[in-house]
Design a protein. Structure first.
Lengths: 283, 290
């Protein structure tokens, strides 16, 4: 084994001098959340770095809905799940159809539609929320899950169309020509050639839309209000309504709520990094 | 038209043109779902909102509302300071994460966590950490100095700074990753050649890294400005706009008016931002629609 030179040790030390603060900065709010989740109330409020009596009791209270703020936990979890999956599926359908039409079928005016979608993508989300709230009221959709699903589809599909169009522009035209020569109809072309080839991007976009909808707070809290209709993030925000909020339970619920998206993100990271970040900003 | 088609294509003309029309019909049909969403949930709300904000009296009311002026200034601080600090750190860290070490690879997996987890629980976690009586930060300050720490979220300047910090915490990983992608795309032999010429690390950055990344960096900064304008959570969940409505930004102010049932005032406050947002949107569309 070769001993490291002094210079190599110096470089490594400098890197550690950056790496350790980065690690601490990144982990503090997440660790703090985890710490509260495993602490009884007295320990949580004492500011210790590790509880004297770590416990899973908070999880028990959440799962068995044994607190006033948590009495609808499971139905809210279910609401979040259904809305996220529905928004993901609908976005995927709408965006794949649009990207196929614009990129492969070269439909007249396709470029124009792409620009409209991009325009939507660049409207700050909180600005669109104000008129969107009123619009959903006019459509009679307030307090209906469809209002949040459709709002999420509206926000997710522009980026979805753009990424899918970029990806499908890279597929060789010869594939389509060959399929058409063999007598494939447009639908067969879509189903048998386009979708299989686009699979990695479709996984990335589906994941993107599901996570977007699962994580959404602002639109959810504007559009849904009944305790049995709201999603988990809105329920978390409602904890703040009381002065003596049970913060250890709030953090436990938040921890449970944060686990699925983190797991999905890491499970699909390979697709996400390739499919999304490369397309996110073209250099 | 027919001449150019037959010139580039060997397929006989009649079946091709027939195929083309069915294709076009399908093409239009497949665009319909998105166009419906666009009309119902973008065109109609935006048009309706602008129509609501048409009354000049709204702008007089905004002008006379000190909260609006404060929110406008806060938004500017948030954008100018928050985003530039964030992008500079992201640029710096992209160089750090470009180093090939197993432990840095592991750190990059952890580093992405703030972006991968939802912002609501983590922002609330920070909120409690800053609680003056029971929060971990003041416990820590007390154990170090024996003095009580500040009441973090009760001072508008400190509270806004904390909101900016939360925003940076959340979105730094994303921009670092984007800039890292840009950095890794720079051909390695440029660095090798400069090494031979005895270039210092600063010279390598100045004459190789920065010139190939500056366009990406500017694009990221502008895109981040648009997204930050729409960032509601960092301020709302940390400070709620308080104390005394002094830490609002435009995104939380619009929602505040909305909750007070002053929809036309909410729209007017957004309309005031349009002159600043439109050039950004125009630039980004130009960049991305190539």
């Amino acid at each position: 084994m070769k001993l490291p030179t002094l210079r190599e040790v110096g470089t490594e030390a400098k890197l550690l001098l950056i790496g350790i603060p980065v690690f601490i900065w990144t982990m503090i709010p997440i660790y703090h959340m985890f710490l509260f989740a495993i602490s009884p109330k007295e320990d949580a409020f004492s500011g210790k770095l590790w509880p004297d009596h770590p416990t899973l009791h908070n999880f028990h209270i959440v799962f068995y809905q044994e607190h006033y703020f948590l009495r609808d936990f499971w139905i809210q979890f279910w609401n979040s799940t259904v809305i996220a999956l529905a928004a993901g599926a609908l976005t995927l359908f709408i965006a794949t159809a649009a990207a196929f039409s614009i990129s492969r079928l070269k439909v007249p005016g396709g470029r124009w539609v792409m620009n409209l979608a991009l325009f939507t993508y660049f409207i700050p989300a909180a600005f669109l929320a104000v008129p969107m709230y009123r619009t959903m009221g006019n459509y009679g959709l307030l307090n209906n899950h469809w209002s949040l699903i459709l709002a999420m589809v509206t926000i997710a599909s522009p980026y979805a169309i753009w990424v899918l169009k970029q990806a499908s522009d890279k597929l060789p035209v010869e594939l389509d020509e060959a399929a058409v020569m063999d007598g494939a109809t447009t639908l067969q072309l879509f189903r048998l050639v386009y979708v299989p080839l686009m699979m990695p991007s479709l996984v990335a976009i589906g994941t993107y839309a599901v996570l977007l909808a699962w994580n959404e707070y602002l639109y959810a809290f504007l559009l849904l209000s009944k305790d049995t209709d709201i999603t988990l993030p809105v329920a978390l925000g409602n904890f703040l309504a009381a002065d003596d909020s049970p913060w250890e339970l709030l953090m436990t619920t938040g921890f449970i709520y944060a686990l699925p998206p983190a797991a999905v993100y890491y499970a699909f990271k390979r697709y996400m990094v390739g499919g999304l970040t490369a397309g996110a900003v073209k250099s | 038209m027919a001449i150019t088609l037959s010139g580039s294509d060997t397929i006989p003309a009649p079946p091709l043109s027939a195929r083309l029309t069915t294709q076009q019909v399908w093409g239009i049909l497949l665009l319909v779902p998105y166009l419906l969403v666009f009309l119902a949930f973008v065109v109609y709300p935006v048009g309706y909102g602008l129509w609501l904000a048409r009354n000049p009296a709204n702008y007089v009311a905004l002008y006379n509302d000190p909260i609006f002026a404060r929110a406008a200034v806060n938004t500017l601080i948030f954008l100018v300071i928050g985003i530039n600090v964030k992008m500079l750190i992201a640029l710096f860290l992209s160089g750090f994460f470009a180093q090939q070490r197993p432990w840095i690879k592991w750190l990059s997996v952890i580093f992405i966590l703030p972006w991968a987890v939802p912002s609501i629980p983590t922002i609330l976690s920070v909120r409690f950490m800053l609680n003056p009586e029971w929060g971990m930060v003041n416990h820590f300050i007390f154990s170090l100095t024996g003095d009580d720490g500040p009441n973090w979220l009760n001072d508008p300047t400190v509270a806004l700074t904390m909101a900016i910090a939360v925003h940076i915490w959340k979105s730094l990983p994303f921009w670092t990753l984007i800039l890292l992608t840009g950095r890794l795309a720079i051909p390695q032999d440029l660095y090798e050649a400069s090494e031979v010429d005895g270039a210092s690390p600063w010279q390598k950055f100045r004459f190789i890294t920065w010139p190939s990344m500056q366009m990406l960096y500017v694009t990221c900064t502008l895109l981040s400005m648009i997204w930050t304008l729409g960032d509601f959570n960092s301020v709302y969940l940390l400070t709620g706009g308080g104390p005394a409505d002094l830490t609002h930004v435009l995104s939380t102010l619009g929602i505040r008016y909305l909750r007070l049932d002053q929809l036309s005032l909410a729209m007017a406050s957004i309309v005031c931002a349009i002159p600043f947002v439109l050039p950004l949107m125009y630039f980004m569309m130009k960049r991305l629609s190539r």
